[in-house]
Design a protein around this ligand. Sequence first.
Ligand code: SAM
Length: 319
Amino acid sequence: ETTSVHDTVVQGTAQDAADSRQSACLQGYFEDPFASQFVRRPTRRSPVVNRGTYCRFIGLHSILRKFLATCRDQGQASQIVSLGAGSDTTFFLLYHLGLAPTRFFEVDFPEVTSRKCLKIHQKKALRNCLDQDTVQVGKNGTELYSPSYTLLAGDLRCFPTELGPQLLAQGLDPSVPTLFLSECVLIYMDSPHADAIIRWAATHMLSTFFLTYEQIQPEDAFGQMMISNLRQRGLELRGITAYPDLASQAQRYRDLGWEHSQALSIKEIYHALPKNEIDRINRLEMLDELEEFDLLGDHYCITWAFKTADTNLRQSWQH
Ligand code: SAM
């Protein structure tokens, strides 16, 4: 029973992520014309949180787009699988930019996918990103199938036995380079469940890439505060003790069958931005305490890993 209460709270975090994305977009941090589609009433987040959302977006998208560009440069098809996709707009944004992969799959709990199916049905801007003649809805409106975009319902804790085979049945091609995206998702599961997904991706796909964004550093004062704030809302960061820092995050993928892996904190991503971009961001909103942002940025990380027998892909993914 406690598991299902936690599941319900976890499902609600999809809306938080959508609200934060919209907040950062409204302040001018980055552009996502689809961010507003998943938000009822705009919420304004603090400058520190907006900056964090921006770094998360920039970090993930630069890696994602690099993956897509390397596949395209080599005349190869590509696939993205978004795990716990929530109200994420990545597919729509990539389509809008003319950068969509050959196939884009999303999975989440049925309670979340049914809302997304409905949104796609209701909103013209979203619908227009799909070839509408080919769209089919299934499983009581919790799943959507189309040649470019597929939304599947299920529990990620049953990935190896259920969702994985379902993805393959829906056309996920093990011979096509595939990026798995998990943004604030794996951390809510007990790590053996999350590890099983990471291992499945390494063993079932020929050329594969994994991109994860999640919380780290549970031990210090800020980490303790982050954990207790979430706990008050009924949320547990179940994976954080097994992979609490950048080194263990990167090591995780190597232990689970990946060739190469690397992890960067949001703070490191921020400080690596070009000077003109930092200047632009500083003009968007007043931020008195850069130390406060650095503290937050120390507690979130982006980890990526890949595995491929294709020497050309390996060379371009290494850079
Ligand atoms: N990745 C999206 C984004 O960044 O906008 C959503 C992130 S939200 C914080 C976490 C999502 O993971 C929720 O939509 C939740 O339902 C999903 N999720 C967590 N555990 C899951 C599980 N065991 N099975 C399916 N989905 C899960």
